[in-house]
Design a protein around this ligand. Structure first.
Ligand code: SF4
Length: 267
């Protein structure tokens, strides 16, 4: 069992990562390369020098031209941090969320944390794109109270173009979790010209209609992550893309609702 993992942030008093007030642990490492990723510093698992925009108190592997993003932490110290806010979780019916990056990339570390949270009676949420094997999903799922399951595109060719990988495993794992009646909220980032056409939205509607889910959350694309690309010296492939208007998001919500789905807009 891994008793250590690499994270890049811990967010306290989070209110958008599940019910109530939560602590969110952001894991480093992601097998995808989404064009619109707001956390490009999370994608590589290694600790890497970088001018730190997230103000993490990183201490490991600092090299020359910046602080590293990410730090190695143990299960014990992460749980100690989580337990500092027990009173807030109790009063708000909140808990602990695991996000990233892709937390499932560090499945043993994640599983240990999930088990510790459940032993302490804490509600757990996993924000994931589900891009791992079925075996890993089945190992982790019993200790997850709520999945925030990210869906980027249904069309596999487009998915490969804009995220770098096929969505076959992602869709299969989602179907599996739905069949097993786990609690699922689907999150769709709405990215103009990439996944917001009438056909794209109809594809989402038709696929999700078959599932047992609580609701869909629409996450309108925004440009907050732009500066990070400059600092990381990464190419920003989203330069020409403008965030969607409120009107367009409302239209997409209505189109999805026409499939008899419960849809919310994240602000
Ligand atoms: S799955 Fe999330 S963390 Fe990974 S590249 Fe895509 S947006 Fe970024």
């Amino acid at each position: 069992m891994a008793s250590q993992g690499i994270i890049f942030d811990i967010k306290k008093y989070a209110i958008h990562d599940g019910p109530g007030i939560r602590t969110t642990i952001f894991f480093k490492g992601c097998p995808m390369d989404c064009w619109w990723c707001h956390n490009p510093e999370s994608q590589e698992k290694e600790l890497k020098p970088f001018i730190n925009l997230l103000k993490t108190s990183s201490v490991n592997n600092c090299d020359n031209d910046g602080e590293p993003i990410g730090r190695i932490v143990s299960v014990k110290e992460t749980m100690k941090e989580i337990k500092k806010d027990l009173v807030f979780y109790e009063e708000s019916e909140g808990g602990v969320s695991f996000s990233g990056g892709e937390p499932l990339m560090q499945k043993d570390f994640l599983n240990e944390l999930l088990i510790c949270c459940k032993k302490n009676g804490l509600h757990t949420t996993l924000d994931t794109a589900g891009c791992v094997s079925k075996e890993i999903i089945l190992q982790i799922a019993p200790n997850v109270d709520l999945f925030l399951y990210d869906l980027k595109l249904i069309d596999d060719k487009k998915h490969q173009k804009y995220t770098g990988i096929s969505n076959k495993e992602i869709l299969e794992n989602l179907l599996l979790l739905s069949d097993l009646k786990y609690n699922i909220v689907i999150r769709i980032p709405v990215i103009p010209t990439i996944n917001d056409s009438l056909v794209d939205i109809a594809d989402f509607g038709k696929f999700i209609q078959k599932l047992n889910i609580i609701r869909i959350d629409l996450l309108p694309y925004h440009t907050i992550g732009e500066e990070k690309y400059k600092r990381l010296k990464k190419v920003n492939r989203m330069k020409e893309i403008i965030p969607p208007s409120k009107e367009r998001i409302e239209e997409i919500k209505k189109q999805l609702e026409s499939f008899d789905l419960n849809v919310s807009i994240e602000v």
